[in-house]
Design a protein around this ligand. Structure first.
Ligand code: AMP
Length: 272
């Protein structure tokens, strides 16, 4: 595995690759969720490029940019183990100049995650577009865990006519159901236990739907009931284009929840 730090090096290497490229962008502190994306990329492409970059433009002032977990040495070992070909680890000054062309995510990016974090998705799309330009992937791998991000990246690829196949990957969970996240380490013991109510509420919703419940209001009420003791930021039921829906349509429906534990926001969702 080769570690790349500069734009020039990455561009020179990319020029020499004529076979399929699978690309997995991450912010590091890699866990089994990231590893599943990398493994899928490994299976489906000749060359695999992973990036680790804690992107400042997607953090709002006061968010955890400085505290975000960084585990470069462990991450390098994981990528090596997963037979990654190239690991791109740039500095902030490598990725950003002083004044730049900006990307404006569509208005719907200001709801749900974007309502809590206005401008977050502008930063996500900007960095992903830069990384796409550098790596020119055949296939790019994203987790369904960040469902709204995945939806907006898919739209960007379509709207900007980028010749890239966006691959949506299933959520990887701990054995007890908690969706894996680099931010789970912020939880204390009690919060970690309480966090199980997120997946429990989604499974409860799924079993209601399996029993033919279709009214999203009833389903949301049930989810709130299961998470009663938590600081719930939102529960939303949307179609795959992220429009809120009143009636469940199977195969075109995502239930999203966000819960706050102190300063930590935990996201979870289920695709039905
Ligand atoms: P991050 O490092 O948090 O920016 O995540 C990098 C990629 O890994 C994103 O596409 C995430 O959606 C994906 N990811 C993070 N956690 C999980 C998980 N538990 N299961 C599947 N994919 C995940």
């Amino acid at each position: 595995m080769k570690i790349i730090r500069t734009i020039e090096e990455l561009q020179n290497i990319r020029k020499t690759i004529t076979s399929s490229v699978g690309f997995v962008p991450t912010m590091g502190a890699l866990h089994d969720g990231h590893i599943s994306l990398i493994k899928q990329a490994r299976e489906e492409n000749e060359i695999v490029i992973v990036s680790i970059f804690v992107n400042p433009t997607q953090f709002l002032p006061g968010e955890d940019l400085d505290a975000y977990p960084r585990k470069d040495e462990a991450d390098k070992k994981i990528c090596e183990m997963c037979k990654v070909d190239y690991l791109f680890m740039p500095e902030i000054s490598t990725m950003y100049g002083k004044e730049e062309v900006l990307i404006k995510a569509p208005n719907k990016s200001y709801m749900l995650e974007g309502e809590a974090r206005p401008g977050h998705f502008d930063g996500v799309l900007l960095v992903v577009l830069k990384l796409f330009g550098l790596t020119q992937p055949t296939n790019a791998y994203f987790g369904k865990k960040d469902a709204q991000q995945l939806s907006l990246i898919t739209q960007m690829v379509k709207d900007l006519f980028l010749p890239i196949n966006v691959v949506a990957c299933d959520i990887v969970r701990e054995n007890d159901g908690l969706a894996m996240s680099s931010r789970n380490i912020y939880l204390d013991q009690t919060q970690r236990k309480d966090a199980l109510l997120l997946s429990k509420s989604l499974y409860t919703a799924a079993s209601l739907i399996a029993k033919d419940e279709r009214d999203t209001k009833t389903i949301k009420n049930k989810i709130h009931e299961v998470m009663e003791k938590l600081d719930v930021e939102y529960v939303a039921i949307v179609d795959r284009e992220f429009n809120e829906i009143q009636t469940i349509e199977l195969n075109n429906c995502i239930i999203l929840i966000v819960v706050r534990f102190g300063n930590t926001r935990l996201l979870d969702n289920i695709w039905l």
